[in-house]
Design a protein around this ligand. Structure first.
Ligand code: ZN
Length: 219
């Protein structure tokens, strides 16, 4: 009886559907999230800045990322990061032995408002799985790019982001993977990559939880 009573108190609530659940995300929501996983996250692993994506920025995954960012639910990020790490390890992408993972930083004001950087939380989960070295201060964001989504054309976005990042105090000694929560146009990660490459840091690619603009018809 006491045990049952304790179980009720100890059971937490799923941050996505608010039902009580023994796991951080309930099994129902985990299933819905799994529906957004890409069958081959490495299909964009090509070109100058290869991309690896766990899922589609849609449905439950879109909601989970919104909960993570705007409703202060970092535990969601940790789980998504772990899943991203598992998918990455199971992929056929060739991986150097040592990799430093740099999450795309927020500017200071935004990080203070939110209390954490969602990309860093995901990166922590990713590194738990992969054993890679997390470098949360590998890059520093020096310009506020809050109004990015208002800038429709690519040239305006690019201009807005120029010199948005500087290298952190400790330059990575190993190849780098950049990590972000969402990949939309790629402008942000490209700028981050350029900053690193300007300092002769080898960037092997970008890993993200969700890719926007994914056309379901070409799976
Ligand atoms: Zn749920």
């Amino acid at each position: 009886m006491l045990k049952q009573l304790l179980a009720v108190f100890l059971e937490s609530h799923c941050p996505l559907c608010h039902r009580s659940s023994a796991t951080t995300i309930c099994s129902y929501c985990q299933q819905k999230l799994a529906n957004e996983q890409l069958p081959s996250g490495d299909r964009f692993w090509q070109g100058d800045l290869p991309l690896f994506a766990w899922g589609r920025y849609d449905g439950q995954l879109k909601q989970a990322i919104a909960q993570l960012k705007y409703h202060h639910q970092p535990e969601i990020g940790s789980i998504l990061g772990n899943w991203l790490g598992q998918a990455w390890l199971h992929s056929s992408v060739s991986k150097p032995n040592k990799i430093a993972v740099i999450p795309i930083p927020l500017d200071r004001e935004k990080q203070q408002q939110r209390g954490f950087n969602q990309a860093e939380v995901i990166a922590r989960g990713f590194c738990q799985q992969t054993g890679y070295c997390l470098q949360p201060k590998g890059l520093i964001r020096i310009r506020n790019t809050q109004a990015m989504f208002n800038l429709q054309d690519a040239a305006a976005r690019q201009n807005n982001l120029q010199n948005a990042f500087i290298l952190g105090k400790k330059a990575p000694q190993t190849p780098v993977l950049l990590l972000d929560d969402i990949y939309t146009t790629g402008t942000t990660v490209k700028e981050a990559c350029q900053t690193l490459r300007r300092h002769n840091v080898k960037v092997i690619g970008v890993v993200v939880t969700a890719k926007a603009g994914w056309d379901i018809s070409i799976i």
